[in-house]
Design a protein. Sequence first.
Length: 470
Amino acid sequence: MDQHRSYQLWIKEQETMKELKAARPELFEYAGAFTHHDILQFIGITSIPPNLPDGYIRFRPEDFIVEEIDPQQHVHTIDLSSTTPVQQEDQRTLFCDMIKIGIATPAALDRVANAFHLEPRFIGSAGLKDAGAITCQRISIRGVTIEQAQATAIESIVLKNFSYGSGAIAPGQLGGNRFTLTIRTASPYNQQLLDEQVRELSKGVMNFYGTQRFGHRFLAHHFGRLLFQGHYETVVSDFLTSTNATERRFRSEIRGRVKACYGQWDEAEKIFAELPYTFQNELRAVRFLKDHPTDWIGAMMAIQDQTRMWIYSYTSWLTNMLLSTYALKKQPPPATIPIPMSPVATDMEPYRQWLEQDTIPNDFLQKLRPFAFLRPGSRQLQSVIVPNFHTAIAHDLGALLSFDLRPGAYATTVLINLFTLHSGQPAPSWVKDLPIDAPKILGTGSVDELRTTYEKFFMKKTVSEVELEA
C-alpha cells in the first residue's frame, strides 16, 4: 500500500478506535487466556523452563531503548545533541538520525514520507527497530534540505544529527544494536543473582527466532506451513477468518463476521473497512478476490509482504524446533545450521522429522514457485548469539540491562532466558507505575532531555500504539 495512503488510514482510524474503546472496552481484552510460555511453545521454543521469574517489558516506551550501531561501530543515540552538518557539494541526499517513540519502523517511515510529500523509494534505512520502544537509527532522505527537516514536526518522531552526502542507506547496512532495557519485576531484583545470570548469558544463548517473526496472532508459521503443503485456498481462508486467544476481541469479532459471510467478498470488504488500517492487508486480498474470486495465488501476491513473512515464519519455527532439541539434550549445536528453504537435500535433513510430521512434500519448492519474489537458496544461520553486556544493575523496579547484539539478533532472545516475559495493556497489578531513566543509571546516556521535550509521547501505550505494533 502507498505509504501516504497508509498513514492517512491510520489517522482516520484513530477516532473510530477511541470511540470503540469508550463504548466497549471489553473488546480490547484478549480473546482468551494464555501465558508467554504458551506462546514460546507454540512458536517452537520448547526448551525454556516455565518457572522463570515474571518480568514486564515495554511498560513505557523508555523501558526499551534501541540505538543503532553503524558499520563503523558508531552508536546513534537518543541524545538530542546534533553534530555540525557536513556541507558536501553533492546535497541530493540528507542523512539524519531518526528517533521514534512508541511506533514501528514502517509506520515511522510512512510519517516521514508523508511529512515531506515523498515516495517511499526516496527514504532509506538499514533495518527495522522495535515498535513499543524508543529507538534511534540512521536514515537517508532524497530531495530534502536540512532547513526543511529542522522546520518539520512529525508525530512521535525526532530527526537530528543532519549531514549531506551521496547515495542512500540500504537494508543491512548496520553493525548491530545497543539495547538499554528496564524489566519490571514484582519485587526488587537481586544484584548477585543478576551478576550470575549475566556471566552465564555472556557465554552465548540459542539464536531462537522471537515472537516478532510470527505476527500478532502468532499464526504466521501456520500460514507458511500451508504454503509449503500447497494448500493455497486454506491459507487465504485462515488468514481472513482464523483467530485465537492472543488476538484482541475487536479483531476476532470482525473475523467472525467475515467467516459468516465467507466468499461474499463485497460484504467482507465492508466489514474489514470498518477498521481500514488495522485490516489493510485483509482488504487488499478481499478486493482482489472481488474481481478474481478463486485466484488464491493472486490474492497472496496482492499482499506479498505478508506472504513472504508467512513462509519465513515457518522456516523460523523449524529452526526453533531444531535449536530446542539441542538445548533440551544439553548438546552444543554446530556453529551454524542450514536455513530450511534450500534446494540442497542435505540442508533439509536436520528438519526431516518435522517436515514429515507436517506432511511437507519433498518438492515443496515447487509449491512455492508461484511466488517469484522468494529467493530459495543454501544459507546458514549462526546457532548461538553472544550478547556484549556493558552494565547490569538490580533496581527496586526490577533489572536494568545494557548490551549490544549483532544485526538481526533480538533482545527478547536474550531475555527469555531470564524471565517469563509479559507485555501489553492492561499490565499486571504487580507492575510498578513509575518512570525511570535507565540510561542515566546504567551510564549510557539519559532520556531526560527527550522526555522533557516530548513528554506526551512518553505516556503508556495508547490504543493507536498497540495497533501500530500489530
